[in-house]
Ligand binder design. Structure first.
Ligand SMILES: *Cc1c(COP(=O)(O)O)cnc(C)c1O
Length: 379
């Protein structure tokens, strides 16, 4: 089955009761048993739920993996991955990371004895020099948030295989439409399905996809034991979202390319961060591991002017000033005060998240309207 077909049919099981085309929302906590242990595969909804199972199969299918797991949020999914580790274990991670992931790593898991190294991942030899006997995992995002750096997944997977590490990739920005980390050698793919997978800004949900059976069993154990599962209604909404992922992503990417070029040509704008530019430092890697360049764009204003940037995000009418990304509607955000406020200013600026940085999540509206909106806001 090819990708577009998988988004619609991948992992879907026939509903036997009435022939419903969409998996029903099994809004139940428990399931009847004939005699103790004699049931139809479901006993309690923290452990399994048919609507969640349908979503998990779909997730596995679109990422080209063997096993999918769905959680109550992207962060709950990351939390489950970190629980694979033990005190003293070390993790190497990108320095340009979703703020909430950074907060989870440093404010929660450091307390339990995990050790994190945050680093640029441009030069892979730098990564090798951080590996020691305690290193267990590499955690990356690509494209990174919000600087749109691209990390070489295949290159990292060579390192992780050499040292027997787990390579986990947060694939939220790219989605499997653009990039499939498991096929590039990653061990775990993570999603905030809240974003492109669900795609309509109406659900918070997280996902993990793996190929290795033993790893999947460890994660299922954590999912059930810690209990950060998603509900049946949210599973249903995400499954519905996935069915149009490919058509939405095509339009997202098409609009983003035009907006990136428009911003680049505007004299009020200083830098535009989008991996589709030939001048982007990681363009060649992006080209080799992605099918297109995504719809997330960041930019700074001339003279790194905070007031100018704030005026822009406040003047936009079609782009809504809001956290999050990946929905059908265009959003604008100010990372330094919004998504990345939990990262200390010095740390933040080291990776390029300066005060004038604006991040756009380009939606699927008519491009003429979006450019018109940017024009009136930038002035
Ligand atoms: C939003 C986001 C998360 C966190 O996911 P939630 O669903 O909000 O918990 C993690 N990584 C990235 C890249 C994100 O954009």
């Amino acid at each position: 089955m090819k990708f577009n077909t998988k988004t619609i049919h991948g992992g879907q099981i026939e509903e036997k009761g009435y022939g419903a085309v969409m998996p029903p929302i099994y809004q139940t906590s428990t399931y009847s048993q004939k005699s103790p242990g004699d049931h139809k595969g479901y006993e309690y909804s923290r452990t399994h739920n048919p609507t969640r199972s349908a979503l998990e199969k779909s997730l596995a299918s679109i990422e080209g993996g063997g096993f999918g797991l769905a959680f109550g949020s992207g962060l709950a999914a990351i939390d489950a991955v970190l629980k694979l580790l033990n005190p003293g274990d070390e993790i190497i991670s990108t320095n340009d990371l979703y703020g909430g992931s950074y907060r989870l790593f440093t404010k929660i898991f450091e307390k339990y004895g995990l050790v994190f190294h945050f680093t640029e991942m441009d030069d892979l030899s730098k990564i090798e020099s951080l590996v020691n006997n305690n290193t267990k995992m590499i955690w990356v995002e690509t494209p990174t948030n919000p600087m749109m750096n691209i990390v070489d997944i295949k290159g990292l997977s060579n390192i992780s295989k050499k040292f027997n590490l787990i390579l986990a990739v947060d694939n939220t920005f790219a989605t499997p439409f653009l990039q499939q980390p498991l096929l590039l050698g990653a061990d775990i793919v993570m999603h905030s399905a809240t974003k492109y997978l669900a795609g309509h800004s109406d659900v918070v949900l997280g996902a993990l996809i793996v190929n290795d059976k033993e790893l999947s069993e460890q994660l299922y154990f954590i999912q059930n034991a810690s209990g950060a599962i998603c509900g049946p209604m949210d599973s249903f909404l995400t499954l519905r979202g996935i069915k149009t992922l490919h058509v939405r992503m095509e339009r997202h990417c098409e609009n983003a390319e035009k907006i990136a070029n428009y911003l680049k040509s505007n004299p009020e704008i200083e830098s535009v961060y989008w991996p589709g530019f030939k001048t982007h430092p990681n363009h060649e890697i992006a080209k080799s591991q992605m099918n297109n360049y995504g719809a997330m764009i960041s930019f700074t204003t001339k003279g790194n002017s905070l007031s100018k940037s704030l005026k822009i995000v406040e003047s936009l009418k079609l782009f809504t000033l809001a956290e999050s990304l990946g929905g059908v509607e265009s959003l604008a955000g100010h990372p330094a005060s919004m998504t990345h406020a939990s990262i200390p200013k010095l740390e933040r600026e080291k990776s390029g998240v300066v005060d004038s940085l604006v991040r756009l999540s380009v939606g699927i509206e008519d491009i003429e309207d979006l450019i018109e909106d940017l024009k009136q806001a930038i002035g």
